[in-house]
Design a protein around this ligand. Structure first.
Ligand code: NAP
Length: 280
């Protein structure tokens, strides 16, 4: 029978554990989130992060900057947060408005406060299999979910559809470091279904509806759906044709309730870990 990988239940377990640990600390971890502009989806994500941070017993600092914030203003805020002892984690909510380039800022965050794991020091250490201060939240959450269900990674064929810097690439490194044989596919990949059918673990992170259909999946595979989109009926959907793919997969994540909650749990975990690193 197909097992539904319950990211919601596991994230609740992780968050309860964090809350308990924080209640025994002398000082509270502090998470600063910078939101530039008024992208509606980003505003929802930031509110959710704040809610979860407060629920975990952290101090939460939201910096709402206007749509026309200049490069200098944003750099100035990051520099201040880097020096602020109350802040353990700094998160720059992406995407930024068009006139700002994320990569002008991500490497200005102190790597020891880089709660998203996007600083080149942290992503570089991930690449050479040296422990980063923080690991990108979505990939970290996916590995934690696989481990929770004792899904073997070593020696398995893992195929990732999507090569973004926040999901596909860091996830490929985590899987490689755990001895999977990793293939990364993208929009220019030829014969995609031929490649996906070789996957023992198939991860889709494209944001495209029905990216993964039943005929693309090997019997008994593990399917991880990272995609999030709002369908025409208003419901959240992932990349995977869940109802049909479920018939051939051994393990599959739902959307919602799979990877999403694991991402937020990893963010809280990273904040606590950086607090212990900086103040422990
Ligand atoms: P992204 O930067 O837009 O990257 C999408 C990737 O998908 C690109 O590498 C693109 O290829 C590839 N792609 C697009 N169409 C394709 C096709 N037809 N065939 C093969 N590959 C295709 O996206 P992202 O930031 O990684 O996010 C991906 C999805 O995950 C989005 O729905 C996002 O909302 C969701 N997400 C969810 C979580 C969570 O916590 N659940 C976290 C992060 C992101 P090219 O590189 O060739 O363009």
């Amino acid at each position: 029978m197909t097992v539904i990988l319950d990211g919601k239940a596991l994230s609740n377990k992780i968050l309860d554990d964090i809350k308990h640990k924080v209640s025994n600390l002398k000082t509270k971890p502090g998470l600063a989130v910078i939101l530039v502009g008024n992208d509606p989806a980003s505003s929802v994500y930031v509110k959710n992060k704040e809610k979860q941070a407060l629920n975990s017993g952290f101090n939460s600092y939201i910096h709402n900057l206007s749509q026309n914030t200049t490069k200098e203003e944003l750099l100035d805020l990051i520099a201040k947060l880097n020096c602020d002892n109350n802040i353990d984690g700094i998160l720059l909510q992406l995407p930024l408005p068009k006139h700002l380039n994320a990569y002008d800022f991500l490497d200005k965050v102190d790597p020891k406060k880089d709660v998203d794991g996007f600083h080149p020091t942290n992503s570089g250490n991930l690449m050479i299999n040296e422990k980063p201060y923080a690991i990108a939240c979505t990939p970290k959450g996916i590995i934690r979910l696989l481990d929770e269900y004792n899904i073997q990674i070593s020696g398995q064929n893992a195929v990732i559809i999507g090569r973004s810097n926040i999901v596909g690439k860091p996830l490929s490194m985590l899987l490689l470091n755990r001895n999977a044989t990793v293939t990364i596919a993208h929009s220019k990949t030829k014969n995609l279904s031929h490649i996906t059918k070789s996957a023992d673990i198939l991860i889709s992170a494209t944001g495209k509806k029905n990216m993964v259909t039943k005929d693309m999946v090997k019997q008994g595979a593990t399917i991880i759906d990272v995609g999030i989109m709002r369908d025409s009926d208003g419901k959240l959907r992932g990349d995977v044709d869940f109802d049909n793919v479920k018939k051939v997969a051994d393990y599959i994540t739902p959307v919602p309730g799979g990877v999403g909650p694991m991402t937020i749990a990893s963010l809280m975990e990273n904040t606590l870990e950086l607090h212990l690193l900086n103040k422990g």
